[in-house]
Design a protein around this ligand. Structure first.
Ligand code: NAD
Ligand code: UFG
Length: 329
């Protein structure tokens, strides 16, 4: 199939381009490079020996998006493009609602206009809010505490309504848990701008000596060691989940958790990283971070049963590959 990948130069998008090319699909990337570098596309070529077609466009721009649909007979869209920093979304709600919601509207509208029937959307476990763990796809979505989360819940509802009105359009809503790690080549990975917000890139930068020490946000949660528990998923497994979801799309809306089903605490992740890479990660315990919840992880049965997809890589693989990528920077 010929797949339009928005945000394909970014972290998850670049790994998914690799997975799509390796599965024999053709890839067109649309990215405005607001949070990525064009070099990612060269790296994709080095890994796969295949080229992607690239458009440097803003996917909220209707005429730029439609010109891509005019130039290519597209079979499906995977929509990664968006802003993703939770804290920044509180400071800049308009840019988050605009970028994340308008891009979904513009792309789905172009799909309907050009007869493209498959749409895969990057959602997030954040839409479950404070539900009971493990999070299951059938749960009601609870209000999230930030505009970023609302843009994901809103986009999910918009796409669901579009399918109701256009039964030949099919959508997969993929709720990612905590993507970490990098391609085993060490060529592509997560390279956040400035000081990282997320745990794994912070850990790798501390290990490298770029940052002084890790701050562990709270050790008084109701979890086995008191630190926050998350379902970390290797980005290569996550990328393969997209190929499986795309192949499965026929009609209607399908919702899938993409996680491992296994919870790992902050201290467990630090110790796994130290063991996997034989390097110390200095840390100190500080106060809880505002807005964090104690623990969440996925129920993964639906994706296993319906997509035949299951995460294969473990936390040690995630730590090794994240470190390999960081050392190459
Ligand atoms: P990323 O920032 O690395 O990638 C996003 C890409 O989209 C970047 O290359 C950026 O330049 C591009 N982009 C942003 N706005 C655009 C626009 N208007 N037009 C064209 N390109 C635009 O982020 P990522 O971690 O790869 O995340 C991809 C998607 O997955 C996002 O929608 C994000 O919200 C979602 N998600 C990420 C996580 C995570 O922890 N990384 C978790 C859950 C969901
Ligand atoms: N943490 C620290 N120190 C740090 C960074 C994080 O102790 O410097 C802790 C957090 O308190 C939390 C855990 O590590 O317990 C994971 O935190 P992350 O910031 O890496 O990830 P979150 O679970 O907070 O959020 C991430 C994305 C969200 C997304 C969510 C679910 O940032 O956008 O996963 O997919 F919604």
């Amino acid at each position: 199939m010929k797949i339009l990948v928005t945000g394909g130069a970014g972290y998850i998008g670049s790994h998914t381009c690799v997975a799509l090319l390796e599965a024999g699909h053709e890839v067109i990337v649309a990215d405005n490079l607001s949070n990525s570098k064009i070099e990612a596309l060269d790296k994709i070529k080095q890994i796969t020996n295949k080229e992607v077609v690239f458009y440097q466009v803003d996917v909220t721009n209707e005429s730029e998006v439609e010109s891509i649909f005019n130039n290519h007979k597209i079979d499906g869209v995977i929509h990664f493009a968006g802003y993703k920093a939770v804290g920044e979304s509180v400071e800049k709600p308009i840019s988050y609602y605009y970028n994340n919601v308008v891009s979904t509207l513009v792309l789905s509208n172009a799909c309907l206009k050009y007869g493209v029937q498959r749409f895969v959307f990057s959602s997030s476990a954040t839409v479950y809010g404070d539900n009971k763990v493990p999070f299951v796809e059938t749960m009601d979505l609870l209000p999230t505490t930030n505009p970023y989360g609302e843009t994901k819940a809103m986009s999910e509802r918009i796409l669901t309504d579009i399918v109701k009105a256009n039964p030949s359009f099919s959508v997969a809503l993929l709720r990612y848990f905590n993507p970490v790690g990098a391609h085993k080549s060490g060529l592509i990975g997560e390279a956040p701008n400035g000081i990282p917000n997320n745990l794994m890139p912070y850990v790798t930068q501390v290990a490298k000596g770029k940052l002084d020490k890790l701050r562990v946000f709270g050790n008084d949660y109701p979890t086995p060691d008191g630190t926050g528990v998350r379902d970390y998923i290797h980005v290569v497994d996550l990328a393969e989940g997209h190929v499986a979801a795309l192949n499965d799309l026929t009609t209607g809306v399908k919702v899938f958790n993409l996680g491992t089903g296994k919870g790992t605490s902050v201290l467990e992740l630090i110790h796994a990283f130290e063991k996997a890479n034989e390097i110390k990660v200095p840390y100190e315990i500080v106060d809880r971070r505002a807005g964090d919840i104690a623990s969440f992880y996925a129920d993964t049965q639906k994706a296993e049963k319906e997509l035949g997809w299951k995460a294969k890589l473990d936390v040690i693989d995630m730590c090794k590959d994240a470190w390999h990528f960081e050392r190459n920077q």
